[in-house]
Ligand binder design. Structure first.
Ligand SMILES: Nc1ncnc2c1ncn2[C@@H]1O[C@H](COP(=O)(O)OP(=O)(O)OP(=O)(O)O)[C@@H](O)[C@H]1O
Ligand SMILES: [Mg+2]
Length: 259
């Protein structure tokens, strides 16, 4: 199963990715996190790794080389990517959790992020997973990745929605774009919710827009404090709440129990 975690900037995409990935790993799933956010670089720490993987961008010769290949039918040599075949520097792994990174914008004036979009799209398309493997993509903020077709081979989209209405509006846009390209499973998860009353109001708002809500994560001081240290949130209510979110996702997507 390939699931893309999307939403407005700062809504909690990376946090939800880290929480989901850790919970799925604890249940025995083999979990691959794909860091497809070209701006932020701290996901490896949130996932408990000491260093990041070398970006896949380097595997194809760097950004300039990729730019030249962008008109070609494919930029990756393989037709099918099996995780075991990736050279180890591109895939960090620990305790059932794996991480790959597409690439980061490192310098000013280095040009747009389109090559990252091309590489993300092709990597996700060619990525061959076992039936009970879970790939969770930490997407860049907003909706531009849909314009680049990154989601074409994704089976599920999880939209992270926090209380401001603008986050709901971006969520709606993502929902419509994802449904429009035929993605079967498009859900929202509420995040940073301050009260039960706000949770109800947000759920109603989303349901009126035909967006299915698979869970609610309240504002959690433990999450906030672990983010200051840049580490994985391992305690607090959100760690409990994500269990229910994962239960619903697994049931709705029909992912089999890990072998
Ligand atoms: N449920 C929560 N309770 C408290 N703080 C939270 C919660 N979820 C996320 N945060 C905090 O909100 C901030 C933004 O979260 P995060 O980095 O996960 O968002 P993002 O959507 O990935 O951001 P970006 O768009 O920059 O990639 C972080 O400081 C994080 O700790
Ligand atoms: Mg992020």
């Amino acid at each position: 199963m390939k699931i893309s975690v999307c939403g407005k900037g700062g809504s909690g995409k990376s946090t939800v990715v880290a929480l989901l990935a850790n919970e799925a790993r604890l249940r025995g799933y083999r979990v691959l996190v794909v860091d497809a956010d070209e701006s932020n670089s701290g996901l490896f720490r949130m996932l408990g790794f000491d260093y990041p993987p070398v970006p896949l961008m380097e595997l194809v010769g760097g950004k300039n080389s990729l730019k030249q290949k962008m008109g070609q039918p494919s930029v990756l040599a393989e037709n099918r990517i099996v995780l075991e075949d990736l050279p180890p520097q591109y895939l960090v792994q620990k305790d059932g959790l794996m991480l790959v990174s597409i690439g980061k914008i490192l310098q000013s004036l280095e040009g747009c992020a389109c090559p990252m979009g091309v590489l993300s799209r092709e990597f996700l398309k060619k990525l061959a997973l076992a039936e009970d493997d879970l790939a969770i993509v930490d997407m860049e903020a907003g909706v531009e990745h849909f314009g680049r077709g990154v989601e074409t081979s994704i089976d599920s989209v999880l939209i992270v929605v926090e209380p401001p209405l603008e986050s709901v509006n971006v969520g709606q846009k993502i929902h419509d774009l994802a449904s429009g390209i035929g993605i079967r499973n498009v859900w929202a998860v509420l995040n940073k919710v301050p009260s039960g009353d706000i949770a109800t109001r947000l759920k109603t708002e989303l349901q009126e827009r035909q967006i299915e809500v698979v869970g609610c994560i309240y504002f959690d001081a433990d999450i906030f404090s672990s983010s200051i240290d840049g580490r994985m949130p391992v305690k607090g209510v959100a760690v409990q709440e994500i269990k229910e979110v994962l239960n619903r996702i697994l049931a709705k997507a029909g992912l089999p129990a890990p072998k």
